[in-house]
Design a protein around this ligand. Structure first.
Ligand SMILES: [Zn+2]
Length: 275
């Protein structure tokens, strides 16, 4: 049984604010260990449930956060940037299940460090008209390959969100959101047990599902008009409002590639003080 873990950092045990997840800071160095601990607990549970090959794809920021030297020996890890499928690199039709680990609520929603791709410049994303977090976008991509979402971990808001886009996935809340930068946190010894037990149980749903390939529409709203203007130069992307763009694609793989281009151009167009 081959399992992919898409590992983001904002939803890891103990993480509650910017420095915890910004590479190079002292707090980031500390939380890399807790993040790796969440991954290891999940890998252990997946193996207890029958997984034979677990690939961990780093999905946060520079995508160089996890500590390879501390990784469970049964897992392998995909580190580094510039991967065509980004947070979901490693997905293919031979994968039997995906785990969204350390995920977070989407742009504009309540949740610890909530955002969608860009920290502040994107104020909303819609997939086929429905407000979409990274989890919802990535679940649609997984569905295209016939891969079930087995488990989602993060704060309680992340789990609420997952109940809507992947109702059968097991949710593990490692913290309770109080604000975008505050949470009631559970110590790693306890979250590790919860993650391990849930991962083992989640493996009962592993296996191939019917692939769902169909066209999708994505809309993106920014916090400034020039970002909509800048991203509308991408072929297929239309400006649909002062701060909004939208585009259609033949399938979710193509939609996510276009979304990646839109976010890269927007990130490059952000100015210092006026944003
Ligand atoms: Zn992240």
């Amino acid at each position: 049984m081959r399992i992919l873990i898409s590992a983001d950092m904002e939803g890891a045990t103990g993480v509650t604010w910017t420095d915890d997840v910004v590479p190079g800071t002292e707090q980031w160095q500390r939380f890399r260990r807790l993040f790796t601990g969440d991954v290891n607990a999940t890998v252990a549970g997946l193996h207890e449930g029958g997984a034979t090959d677990v690939l961990v794809n780093e999905a946060h920021s520079s995508q160089r956060n996890l500590l390879l030297e501390d990784l469970d020996v049964r897992a392998r890890m995909l580190t580094g940037r510039h991967k065509p499928l980004s947070m979901m690199q490693g997905i293919d039709s031979g994968v039997d299940g995906v785990v969204f680990l350390g995920y977070h609520a989407g742009a504009g929603a309540d949740g610890v460090l909530s955002h969608t791709y860009l920290e502040n410049q994107i104020t909303g994303v819609w997939l086929d008209g429905v407000p979409a977090s990274e989890g919802r976008l990535n679940a649609a991509l997984a569905a295209e390959y016939g891969v079930p979402v087995l488990m989602v971990t993060g704060d309680d808001k992340t789990c609420d969100d997952a109940r809507d886009y992947a109702p059968e996935a097991l949710g593990v809340a490692v913290k309770e959101c109080v604000s975008r930068y505050a949470a009631i946190c559970t110590p790693p010894q306890r979250t590790a047990t919860a993650l391990r037990v849930a991962a083992e149980r989640a493996m009962t749903r592993a296996g191939h599902a019917e692939p769902e390939r169909r066209p999708h529409r994505i809309e993106v709203e920014f916090d400034a008009s020039h970002l909509a203007q800048a991203t509308a130069v991408v072929p297929t992307v239309e400006r649909t409002g002062v701060r909004k763009v939208g585009f259609e694609a033949a399938d979710m793989t193509e939609a996510m590639k276009a979304f990646k281009v839109v976010t890269a151009i927007a990130a490059g167009a952000v100015q210092g003080i006026y944003g």
